[in-house]
Design a protein around this ligand. Structure first.
Ligand SMILES: *Cc1c(COP(=O)(O)O)cnc(C)c1O
Length: 234
């Protein structure tokens, strides 16, 4: 079995190659190591190989790892899972980024609960791009109002959009979904120039990061290709 350090090397090369092929600037795409279900030792190994940004889906599990790894400097924690409103306080204080904001109530609470002495919390709006019943995320139609209102919140920096397209569609469908997210971001930025940087597309995972990068991803969220298959949740 290859080591986590080897996997970081090969995923990094995949990202570099796809970035080059897309004619984009080297360094335009960041790697988020999705470490849900993984023990702290795995994150330490990734850290030793140079990885600094980690994505977690489950708050309690994340808080335990943040504590266990508090000796490591410059770690950047990203929350990428569904958010219950009674969990926003801890999310607002422990994370640098939240990719999975999908309603105004959650954004308001995150802004109110973010300590003003911390830098603004970076957020992305999660879009249910293929309108699947099973997925969280807002609709494309809800975005203009959300962006206008969230753009006014003081302790958030509205960075962009996140999506998890339906994986059971042919590559052309995936590509179209990523492209739609990218075009939507462009339009929002044009219509709401003061709402925030709106410079981020969080899209692409282990199996489809090349397609996502070709369509403009700035963060790819990769779990399996770095840490191996996750145990099935019982
Ligand atoms: C688990 C997860 C990932 C990583 O998926 P892989 O296929 O293991 O790379 C990315 N994004 C989100 C939101 C996830 O929950």
């Amino acid at each position: 079995m290859s080591s986590i350090a080897d996997n970081i090397g090969s995923v990094t090369r995949r990202i570099q190659k796809a970035t080059l092929q897309a004619g984009r600037e080297p360094g335009a795409v960041h790697l988020l190591a999705v470490s849900k279900t993984r023990p702290p030792e795995d994150l330490r190994e990734a850290f030793s190989a140079g990885q600094r940004a980690f994505g977690e889906n489950y708050l309690q599990e994340a808080l335990e790892k943040i504590e266990a790894l508090s000796d490591l400097e410059d770690l950047e924690w990203h929350f990428i899972g569904p958010i219950q409103s009674n969990k926003t306080r801890q999310i607002a204080s422990a994370f640098a980024w939240v990719h999975s904001v999908d309603r105004l109530k959650i954004a308001r609470r995150l802004s109110e609960q973010r300590a003003p002495q911390l830098p603004p919390l970076n957020i992305c709006l999660q879009v249910n791009i293929n309108e699947e019943d099973s997925k969280s995320g807002c609709t494309i139609e809800q975005l203009p109002d959300l962006v206008a209102e969230i753009g006014e919140l003081p302790n958030l920096s509205l960075r962009g959009l996140m999506a998890i397209p339906d994986p059971d569609q042919p590559e052309a469908g995936l590509r179209a979904s990523f492209r739609k997210l990218a075009n939507t971001l462009k339009q929002l930025k044009a219509d709401h120039p003061d709402a925030g940087p709106l410079d981020t597309l969080s899209m692409g995972m282990s199996g489809d990061l090349e397609v996502a990068i070709a369509e403009g991803a700035t963060w790819v969220r990769v779990g399996t290709a770095l840490f191996g298959e996750r145990p099935v949740k019982s």
